[in-house]
Ligand binder design. Structure first.
Ligand code: MLT
Length: 231
């Protein structure tokens, strides 16, 4: 039930996948959705985002490379960059790991991007399709596991009402429960948390460490190209 991107089996129409990249892609997507962004178009490369805008100048360019906003982009990958004035906006989005994990999961019949801030909403969404196999996909970093994504998968498992989960999902849930009371500190201490703090992005880490503060979720609304929008 919790499968790293590299280990993900081929996904089909009877699967539902929840991709998790707490620091920071799926937290920032939750923030964008909260503020009314209508369409998120994950794209592989910076050049792809520029191409989207060339064909339609209304798209915002969003994302990061090396945790920084690429040249010519409107927004970085920070959840703090979104505001009510973005209501109805469209965002072409590229990040090092998070958007790539979304592509990896694109074969699933149902697809969502979730983080700590909206994990209960993600659990309720998954429960809407009990006939679908549920896969929680921690995006990780450059093929390696990220502690914060693993913990967030555990948090989603904890919020599910179904009592029977895989052994791996049970382990993730136990890992989350062990740090639940000190979640913000645990996320600060992760490798990616430390890297972002060293780059002056501590506020993003704090923001992304809050549990269940948003009842919004970005889910797939269009297949080809892959677009996400509010559930
Ligand atoms: C990623 O997708 O690699 C991350 O979201 C990077 C970041 O922290 O901005």
């Amino acid at each position: 039930m919790v499968r790293r991107v590299a280990e993900c089996p081929p996904l089909g129409s009877h699967d539902q996948a929840v991709v998790v990249d707490v620091l920071r892609a799926t937290s920032a997507m939750a923030a964008a959705t909260y503020h009314g962004v209508a369409r998120i178009w994950p794209v592989p490369e910076v050049e792809d985002a520029h191409r989207v805008r060339k064909s339609d100048p209304t798209w915002l360019l969003v994302g990061e490379r090396g945790n920084r906003r690429p040249d010519g982009f409107d927004r970085g990958n920070s959840p703090l960059e979104w505001a009510a004035t973005d209501n109805g906006a469209s965002a072409a989005w590229t990040t090092t790991n998070g958007t790539r994990a979304l592509f990896g999961a694109a074969g699933a019949g149902r697809l969502a991007a979730a983080a700590f801030v909206n994990r209960a909403r993600a659990a309720r969404w998954a429960e809407q399709a009990p006939d679908h196999r549920l896969l929680l996909i921690p995006a990780g970093e450059n093929g390696a596991e990220s502690e914060e994504d693993w913990l967030c998968c555990g948090a989603i498992v904890e919020a599910l009402q179904q009592p029977r989960v895989s052994a791996e999902a049970g382990e993730a849930r136990e890992a989350f429960l062990a740090v639940r009371e000190r979640l913000a500190a645990a996320i600060r201490e992760t490798e990616h948390g430390q890297a972002l703090i060293a780059q002056g992005l501590a506020a993003d880490v704090e923001w992304s460490s809050r549990l269940d503060v948003m009842a919004v979720l970005a889910v797939r609304i269009h297949d080809d190209p892959l677009w996400l929008g509010p559930a």
